[in-house]
Structures are given as structure tokens and as C-alpha cells.
Design a protein around this ligand. Structure first.
Ligand SMILES: [Zn+2]
Length: 722
């Protein structure tokens, strides 16, 4: 079983809390003990006795383990192998475990479906969820996999939220292509390139190219389909794009209406109008409502209204309910497309504020939850003191099969009232009769509704008069008999449908064109900004890569800062250990959580001062050209300087662990990346450095490497050597 916990500390805490539990047999313990001993064998002396090693061994012996970035790489591998062999029964892991090697489990548990992603606490997205939940079920061993989501503090997630996390469309894995300084320098060095060529070239290495290629193909197809589309041949609709004008006016009106309700609702007076017992007119695609007159029974807090919708009989009710269930399964884009069309067609059929004809023989009702944005108009008719509690009780009972009547006697149906196929109580029946008579009474005469002007005049806090005036005039245009000839076309629905298909394609084309243009634009902008930074800092001179630039282009991490530091003679006079400490600031990802103070007379004080002064200068130049020196997440951190200094001076790992709260795995990561930087720098100086006149630097970088490459930090991987 894997338990995903989105915090290193909570992973550790969870494992510690179960210290009294023992999940392994004596035989299994024997295996774990010998496997552990065999793996640890390759560590030197005191490294074998590191607290993390001992703790993990103790956990594994009892069938538990922890896996996250704070764990030493070699221990992570031990845990992975023991887990694969089935000796680790319960593993507490962070998300990284799901990204790595294939490690299926019978059961996956989510400690929470919220995670902190560095900037905010948010819900897991469907892609992340699938990545982790997909670990449940081992091929050939389990017929099914189990996923458990723990709901703490009685907070069970809303079904629709959960549904989106579990079944939602996975966000495309976005490996955002970035233009780095080194990349620009390398390209400029090869030959003089035009920006477009450069973008095209660097694009080749990125996913963006494949993506934009796909987009271009889709765009071409869409354009072709649009060209091949049948045109509407109609004396009423076609001339001067009459139908199109009508559609656009209608669309404008419907969009504005959707936007204005939530704003009006903020006003107390209007909020009070939207009360239990009020008749309102609504259009909603999910419930197949077209300007339907419904009774508001309850106003829910999240701008959702519960309404009773009259229905002819139980059959019609259940049929409509199943259509609603179907609608909910559609993709989101399709839902909003249908909703948009439904609102427009309703307004065409019944007028912008008119109501559809209510059935005369009402025998049943549906209870629907609709958003505020589905409201078409608020009527002036209210039923006082409505017994909504009783309605809900009846409704809920109707959902439970055993409370439904066994069989409806068709002969008696005329005297009975139903929720679904369950006959309602006498009280509710009376209420329904009361509503029916009101609706029927309203049916024949024009239903009086509040005009936009009236609603606007009620507002006390916001001045919405401008908006309501626009609504009124749009409504007027749409309603006058000879405003838009197209709406009187005898084949209106058919022609409207053809037009809508065309619009669907047009929107698709527009969307693709926009995406393609912004992709290229953003990249071009980033390139231009960074090129200006390079010119301002003399990495590029007269469109040519300078000597400085040639050094920087071989370094793959913080290339500008490192080059400036070297050429500023900040590397001079520094011992290998001091240089290691200096470089650790570029690769450290540990944040101790407090402001570090180094005395200006100490080595660390001098190092941090010299880095800060160079960085401030570079940052100022970059900011001027709307760019940055350090990418997000790669900022300079001084937190591990002392630790790395001691390590480079030969201090054993257990001793340096006593100096810091930083977890073992993060220290190892920092030092390993530091070694990569050393290699880059010495490679770069082997190529270009001699001209600069500091051959000693290559030697020095190799000394730094030699001082840090030892023991547990560079222990060989179990996967390649076992
Ligand atoms: Zn027509």
C-alpha cells in the first residue's frame, strides 16, 4: 500500500506514529535485515550509522518505509527495492514516488486531495491524481486496484469536485519551452541567425513544436471544412446576412444577461426579490427549460436556486430527469455550447422576458437546481408562506425506491399528484394544487415581470443604470416585430442550426490562430528581452558572441552569474572548500526558514556579499529589459554554505548533519548539482579560459570536485551495481 502525503514532514510523522505496529513475519525480517546490510555495506564507516539510515532500517524491519526528496538517494533505492519485493507493506511517499520508476501497489491511499504547490494550497488536478492513483493494482497479481481518499475533519469533498479530480480531463503535460541565455549564445555563435530561424531551430528540441504542428494541421482542416460548408439559401435569412445579424444581437443580449444577474443579486433589494415562493422565468439547458415559469422554493447560498418545475405527469418527469443525467456527462465545452444555444432559441421562441406555455393538466413536478445565470426574468407573483421543508421531504422520499408506490393505477391518475412515481401526501398535494392554479391563471394573460429599468432603479449601492439601459434597448431591438426579418423565416430553426455549425467552426479557427500567434509572440518577446540583457552585459557585442559569452555558453545553470563572478575575480584567492561553499548558493534548494546573518569578517560573510553585489547589478540590468537572471525556483540560497564548506573539508556526513536541520536527501542533491556546475566551468575554461589567462581555474574546479565527490553523497546507485 502506498500512502501519498504531500509534505515531507507529514510523511515522517505518519511513519513514526505507527511505531508500535509490526507488519512483517520473522522470515521477512530476516530478509530485510540481510538486504539492508548488503546495501549499506557499500557505505563507509560512520555513514552506515547515520540516524536516517538507522531509522529507515528500523521502519523497514516492521514493514513500513518513507520515500521523499529529503531521503538519501541510496536509501530511496533500498526502499524501492524492498517495496517491489513486498517487504515494505505500507509506504508513505510524496508525489515524486509516482513520477519515478514503475512501482505498482495493491492499494493507493490519499492523505488529502489538496496539495501545496509552492504558491498556493490547491486541489490535485486530474493529471496528478491519475498519475498517483494509477499505481493501484499490480499487473498479474491483482484483478483490481483500490484507491482510498481520506476525508479528515468530517470534510467530505463535494461530489462534483471529486468527480472532476477523478474523471476530469487531464491537463496536457506542459513542458514549457524556455529560451535560456546559454541557448541564445550558442545559437549566435554558430552563425548569424534571424530570430525566426532561431525560434524555429530551438523549437525543434521542444514539445511546443510538436504541439504547434498539431495545431497548424487542425487549423488547416478547420479552414477547409469551413470552405466546404453549405451556405444558407433563403430569401429571408441570406440577404445582407440577416440571420447573422439577428444571431449576433441575440448572442450579445444573452451574454450580457448572464453577466448582469450576479451583479444585481449583490444588491439587497433584488436579493430579497429572489425569495422562496416567487415565480421566476428560467432557461436552462441541463433541465431542458426554455423560458419556463417555475416556482422558487429555496435559494441556496452559492448563487444556486432550487425551483419546482411543473410537469405533465410522472412519465414526463422521469424522462426529463434521465435527459438531465445525460447532459451532465457531456464535455464542458459542449455543455456551454448547448446552453448558449438554448438561451438564444428560448428568447427567439418566447421573447426576451416572456414565458412558455405551461401544461394545463399539471400532475407532477421536478425539483431542479439552477444557477442564478439561468434566470430570464423575475415575475411579480409570489405565493406566501410556502412549506418548502415538506416539499423537500416528499422529494427525498421519492428518491428512495422502497417508498415509491408499487404500481400506479392509470385509471386514478387524474386525481393524484406525484413526485417521480411516488404519490405525494395530502398537504403537499394541496400546495401543488395551489401552485397549479396560480400557474394556470398566469398562463393566459401576460405574466408581469420586472423590467431591466425597474431592477436598475432598485439598486442602492451600485449604479447599474448604464447596463440596464443597454439591456432595455437590446431587448427592444430583439422584440419589435420588424426589427430582424430573419426571425420570421418559416424555416428558422433549420437555418439557425446551419449558421450555428458555421459559427462553431469559425470560433475554433479563431482560437487556434490566437494560440499559434501568442505562442510565437511570447517566445519572440522572451528572446528579444534576453538578447538585450546579453548585449547590455557585453556577452554579445556588435551581434557577435564576446569572449565572456563564450565562457557562459558552456555553463548550463546560472550561466551569467557564474561568468560574472569569475571575471570579477570572485573565484580568486578562494580555497576549494570556499569555492564549494560559494557554488552551493547556486544549487541549494533548502530554505531554513530564517534570515541568515554572516559577520562581514567571516568567509561566508564575504562570499555572500560578493555574490549579492554581482547579482544586484545583473538583476537591475535584467529588470530593465523585463527579464530575469535566475529562473523561478532557482534563486540563490545561502542556507547550505557552511554545510558544504565542512563537507569539502572532509568532515564526515554524520557531523555535518549535526550542523543543520536540512534533510539528508536535499544536501546530497545540492552537492551533486554543484559537481555538475564544476564540470561545466572547467570544461568552459578548457575551451575559452586560456585566452582569459587563468589556466589555474580549471585545476581549481577539479580540486573542488575532488573534495566533494566521496562517501554517501556519491554512493553508486543500487540499480546499476547490484
Ligand atoms: Zn431562412
Amino acid at each position: 500500500m502506498v500512502v501519498f502525503v504531500f509534505s515531507r514532514k507529514r510523511c515522517d510523522d505518519n511513519a513514526q506514529m505507527l511505531s508500535s505496529m509490526n507488519l512483517t513475519t520473522e522470515v521477512e525480517k530476516q530478509h530485510v535485515r540481510s538486504f539492508f546490510a548488503q546495501c549499506i555495506q557499500r557505505l563507509k564507516g560512520s555513514d552506515k550509522e547515520l540516524p536516517q539510515v538507522l531509522t529507515m532500517r528500523e521502519l523497514c524491519l516492521r514493514g513500513f518505509a518513507v520515500h521523499h526528496s529529503g531521503i538519501l538517494p541510496i536509501l530511496k533505492e533500498v526502499v524501492e527495492l524492498l517495496f517491489q519485493k513486498g517487504y515494505v507493506k505500507i509506504l508513505f511517499a510524496t508525489e515524486t514516488f509516482a513520477m519515478g520508476v514503475n512501482m505498482p501497489a495493491r492499494c493507493v491511499v490519499f492523505d488529502s486531495i489538496m496539495k501545496h504547490d509552492g504558491t498556493e494550497k490547491r486541489l490535485l488536478n486530474p493529471g496528478e491524481y491519475t498519475q498517483m492513483a494509477g499505481r493501484a493494482g499490480r499487473r498479474g497479481l491483482d484483478s483490481t486496484g483500490t484507491v482510498v481518499i481520506i476525508c479528515k475533519d468530517q470534510s467530505v469533498p463535494q461530489p462534483d469536485i471529486l468527480k472532476n479530480v477523478i474523471c476530469g480531463q487531464a491537463l496536457r503535460l506542459e513542458s514549457k519551452f524556455r529560451v535560456t541565455y546559454a541557448m541564445i549564445l550558442n545559437l549566435l555563435r554558430v552563425e548569424q541567425l534571424k530570430i525566426e530561424d532561431m525560434l524555429q531551430r530551438s523549437y525543434v528540441e521542444s514539445d511546443s513544436l510538436r504541439e504547434s504542428k498539431d495545431k497548424r494541421i487542425t487549423l488547416k482542416d478547420a479552414r477547409q471544412a469551413l470552405g466546404a460548408m453549405e451556405s444558407i439559401d433563403c430569401d429571408t435569412c441570406s440577404p445582407n446576412s440577416q440571420l447573422r445579424d439577428f444571431h449576433d444581437a441575440l448572442f450579445n443580449f444573452v451574454c450580457r444577461r448572464e453577466a448582469i444577474w450576479p451583479r444585481l443579486y449583490e444588491e439587497n433589494v433584488i436579493n430579497k426579490l429572489v425569495c422562496s415562493g416567487r415565480f421566476i422565468i428560467v432557461s436552462n439547458a441541463a433541465y431542458q427549460l426554455q423560458n419556463e415559469c417555475v416556482l422558487l422554493v429555496k435559494e441556496l447560498n452559492n448563487k444556486t436556486l432550487q425551483v419546482l418545475v411543473p410537469s405533465k405527469d410522472a412519465d414526463e418527469t422521469s424522462q426529463k430527469n434521465s435527459e438531465t443525467a445525460m447532459f451532465a456527462k457531456l464535455p464542458k465545452a459542449q455543455m456551454s455550447w448547448i446552453a448558449e444555444e438554448n438561451a438564444m432559441l428560448s428568447a427567439t421562441k418566447f421573447g426576451t422576458r416572456g414565458s412558455s406555455q405551461c401544461p394545463s393538466n399539471i400532475r407532477s413536478f421536478r425539483l431542479c437546481e439552477i444557477p442564478l445565470t439561468s434566470v430570464v426574468a423575475i415575475t411579480k407573483k409570489v405565493i406566501k408562506n410556502i412549506q418548502s421543508a415538506e416539499i423537500f421531504q416528499e422529494y427525498n422520499m421519492s428518491l428512495i425506491p422502497r417508498f415509491r408506490s408499487i404500481k400506479i393505477q392509470m385509471t386514478k391518475i387524474n386525481h393524484k399528484y406525484f413526485f417521480r412515481d411516488r404519490e405525494v401526501s395530502e398537504n403537499v398535494k394541496k400546495l401543488i394544487q395551489q401552485i397549479s392554479s396560480s400557474v394556470s391563471a398566469l398562463r393566459n394573460k401576460e405574466l408581469e415581470t420586472y423590467s431591466w429599468k425597474e431592477l436598475g432603479s432598485f439598486c442602492q449601492n451600485l449604479d447599474l443604470s448604464l447596463e440596464t439601459d443597454v439591456m432595455d434597448s437590446l431587448e427592444n431591438d430583439l422584440n419589435i416585430a420588424n426589427g430582424f426579418p430573419a426571425r420570421h423565416c418559416t424555416r428558422f430553426e433549420e437555418h439557425f442550426h446551419i449558421l450555428r455549425e458555421r459559427i462553431k467552426l469559425e470560433r475554433r479557427i479563431q482560437g487556434l490562430e490566437y494560440e499559434l500567434s501568442t505562442d510565437a509572440l511570447l517566445l519572440g518577446e522572451e528572446y528579444n528581452n534576453r538578447l538585450k540583457v546579453l548585449e547590455a552585459l557585453n556577452f554579445v557585442e556588435k551581434k557577435m558572441v564576446s569572449l565572456k559569452g563564450r565562457i557562459a555558453c558552456e555553463i548550463h545553470h546560472q550561466e551569467l552569474l557564474i561568468t560574472e563572478l569569475i571575471l570579477d575575480y570572485k573565484f580568486h584567492q578562494r580555497s576549494p572548500a570556499e569555492l564549494a561553499a560559494l557554488l552551493s548558493t547556486l544549487t541549494c534548494q533548502y530554505n531554513c526558514g530564517k534570515e541568515l546573518q554572516f559577520g562581514s569578517d567571516t568567509v561566508f560573510g564575504q562570499i555572500s556579499e560578493s555574490i549579492k553585489s554581482v547579482l544586484t547589478r545583473l538583476d537591475a540590468v535584467a529588470a530593465k529589459y523585463k527579464s530575469q537572471i535566475s529562473d523561478i525556483g532557482c534563486e540563490i540560497r545561502f542556507d547550505l554554505m557552511q554545510v558544504v564548506y565542512e563537507w569539502a573539508n572532509g568532515t564526515p556526513f554524520y557531523k555535518i548533519m549535526e550542523m543543520t536541520d536540512c534533510q539528508e536527501g536535499l544536501i546530497v542533491k545540492c552537492i551533486q548539482r554543484l559537481d555538475e556546475v564544476c564540470k561545466d566551468v572547467s570544461f568552459s575554461f578548457r575551451n575559452a579560459g586560456r585566452i582569459v589567462g587563468d589556466p589555474a581555474l580549471v585545476e581549481k574546479m577539479e580540486e573542488v570536485s575532488a573534495s566533494i565527490r566521496r562517501d554517501i553523497v556519491f554512493a553508486a546507485s543500487l540499480y546499476t551495481t547490484v
